[in-house]
Design a protein around this ligand. Structure first.
Ligand SMILES: [Zn+2]
Length: 214
């Protein structure tokens, strides 16, 4: 574990290095941001969003939470999505999960009375498990069961994005953004694409928004 002051010193070193390479870098950054990608990832410290895709400051708008969930009542995540779509007009949204996710593994376990709030957050993943219980239980080891649920949860979260009014309205008005589900493998550092949903793709009727006819 680094001493906390080391992080501040690292920051000074980084800022000096960046300025040496491009004296106008921070001046440009301070003016505005124009990221084309919103990243919704897991809070896990081993999945640092910008680093694993080689992104520079200003290229990605980022939201992270335990097990990369898009929950219809989470105003934190929804606010990020609304700002990214309506103001920044991002072209792509990536939901990124990762194998061996501790949040997903916890969701497959009994509830921990010492983590009452976290239990509630993981409840949605337990529901994904119940939807696909036979497929997940057929996997031969706990590791593989967790990873199967990681994939199914990721796909579920991309669909949940498409169920929001924010995305459906933007698809109608701007034909954007495209939604993607990527999974990251901690053991080799590689990302794989599991799903993408384009503007106008079919959404289950019960999640479609319609004009108020009352
Ligand atoms: Zn995780």
């Amino acid at each position: 574990m680094q001493e906390i002051d080391n992080f501040l010193q690292n920051n000074k070193d980084w800022a000096s290095k960046v300025t040496a390479e491009d004296p106008t870098f921070f001046e440009k950054m301070a003016q505005k941001q124009t990221p084309e990608l919103l990243w919704i990832g897991c809070s896990d410290s081993r999945v640092p969003a910008e680093i694993i895709v080689g992104a520079q400051p200003g290229e990605m708008f980022i939201h992270r939470n335990i097990a990369n969930q898009v929950i219809a009542t989470d105003f934190n995540c929804l606010s990020v999505i609304q700002y990214a779509v309506n103001v920044l007009k991002v072209k792509h949204i990536v939901v990124c999960g990762h194998y061996n996710c501790g949040g997903v593994r916890a969701a497959l376990s009994k509830q921990n009375s010492g983590l009452l709030i976290t239990n509630k957050w993981l409840m949605h993943i337990k529901n994904v498990y119940r939807l696909h219980q036979a497929e997940i239980d057929a996997m031969p080891t706990e590791y593989l069961r967790v990873n199967k649920l990681v994939e199914l949860n990721l796909i579920e979260q991309v669909h949940a994005l498409s169920h929001t009014s924010i995305i459906q309205e933007s698809w109608t008005k701007h034909n954007s953004p495209t939604l993607h589900g990527w999974v990251y493998d901690l053991s080799d550092g590689l990302l794989s694409s599991l799903i993408s949903i384009k503007p106008g793709d079919e959404i289950h009727p019960i999640y479609q928004y319609v004009a108020d006819e009352s």
